[in-house]
Design a protein. Sequence first.
Length: 259
Amino acid sequence: MENEKWLVIGEDSRLKELATMLRSPSRTVFYKRTTVWNEELNKLVLEFQPNKIILPILPLKIEVEQLYGISQVKFYTGRLTMHWKHLLEKNESLCYLQQESFIWQNARLTAEGFIATFYGLEQKCIYGQNFTIAGFGRIAKMLASLLVKMGANVHIVARSVVQVSEAKAYGYKATNLDDRLWSINEGIFINTIPAKWITESFKEHVPAVLYDLASEPGCLDIDAEQLQTYVLLPSLPGKYFAHDAAEILCKAIEEEENC
């Protein structure tokens, strides 16, 4: 069997752990810590000639006109810009962010990562605190469940009638985001909606303290200076639980390889 060559790219600590986990007698794995695809990375790919390349969750910035040495490469990808999608349209690729097992396990680690962040920054206990969570997707579901079990009061706000109804069915206080019958100026506000929905029209609702769990660029369509505290928290699993996060990603990739 020909020796496989894998290239793992990214700054997230989980990716360095992942490179170690993927190594085997029949597989050579190289890890490159970077956030950009530049001439140096082009040179590395040409010299190493990988069969498989794993890209980070957040898209790499592209600083070259052309990606060299990738014509026969299979890619495992996170989020991709339209430019990236165009560049990889002729390659076999799999987006691990679309695998349900990975998404749910990653959401659980993200929820735990927020709690670790909260303790470090707020230096308060969770019991008795009021939390408003925007959105009711996987991360919001995992986080709301953990917070309630720890004695917090949770209020869900979402635009989707389905999500509001689902949150109510779970027993949470839930309000439609557009009703304007709620205020996020008190307690702790957490955004999980991956869109710039906090605009000038929501100015009266803007909280003093806002934690954003959505990926960059986050939820703000206003100047962050209007907030007392705005904290964007991408890639929490890699920050707090690099080994656990790498195991989840490794399992998702290995499952695809064994299909």
